[in-house]
Write a protein that binds this ligand. Structure first.
Ligand code: HPA
Length: 246
């Protein structure tokens, strides 16, 4: 198994990692968001790849990310499994700011994104089974890593993928909650489906950075989101590094 981490908001670098090489594989869909770095954990033989999905300087908006180039590039260099990190809004009472969640389902509300390799142009017409959108073993890898470290991490939840880049209206959040969503984020799709199309084992580690719109009296500010990202990211990194070790 060759693993890659796709970093989200707040995760564009790692300490404790020795970087060995930076790759920029070309794909028929264009360039990935950034150089893909190959590295290994200090003192370990196991290597992994790292790609920040918003670009090295966090300049690519969720709806502008070239998800196909990112997933195709990872597959080209031999990646077989992906641990993705996503910053999300929390919709369930147990999933407030700073909660870590490994979701097990997705509802896709995105639109107008290049969302498939199997469109009859880039590849053949085909239909993946997506009943279970995340790979069970990849999910378990994240959950076990958190457990080993004694870090609370919730097992399961429905990720609602919204188009962005704006946050939701209160009514949209109510709809998502009525639909059964526990989390809402802008980058979970089409990334997960593209990974499945290329048969890459994919799971997501979500860091809740705010309550969904309209769920509290406060308006959601980027400053508050950044504060929570800062506080929560050390746990996210610890879980990832532990998961990569296994
Ligand atoms: N909605 C959508 N995406 C997000 C949110 C949110 O509330 N917080 C972080 N990413």
């Amino acid at each position: 198994m060759t693993l890659a981490v796709i970093g989200g908001t707040g995760l564009s670098d790692f300490d404790q990692v020795e970087w060995l090489e930076a790759l920029r594989p070309q794909t028929q869909f264009g360039q990935p968001s950034a150089e893909i770095k190959r590295g290994r954990l200090s003192g370990q033989a196991e290597e992994f790849f790292f790609l920040p999905r918003h670009g090295g300087d966090h300049s690519i908006a969720p709806h502008k990310i070239n998800y196909r180039a990112n997933i195709a590039a990872l597959e080209t260099i031999g990646v077989t499994g992906i641990l993705a990190v996503n910053a999300v809004g929390g919709l369930s009472p147990s999933m407030g700011p700073e909660a870590l969640v490994v979701p097990d389902q997705i509802i896709d509300y995105t639109s107008a994104r290049e969302n498939s390799f199997f469109d009859g142009v880039a590849g053949p017409l085909d239909h993946i089974d997506f009943t279970e959108p995340y790979h069970p073993a990849a999910r378990q890898r994240l959950l076990n890593a958190a457990k080993d470290l004694g870090i609370d991490c919730l097992d399961g939840g429905v990720y609602g993928a919204t188009q962005g880049p704006r946050l939701e209206t209160a009514a949209e959040v109510r709809r998502c909650r009525n639909d059964g969503c526990d989390l809402v984020g802008m980058t979970g799709m089409p990334e997960a489906a593209l990974a499945r199309e290329l048969k890459l084992d994919y799971a997501s580690l979500c860091l809740v950075v705010n309550w969904g719109a309209g769920m509290t009296e406060q308006t959601i500010t980027l400053e508050e989101i950044h504060r929570v990202v800062e506080r929560g990211m050390s746990n996210v990194k610890a879980v990832l590094l532990q998961a990569l070790e296994k």
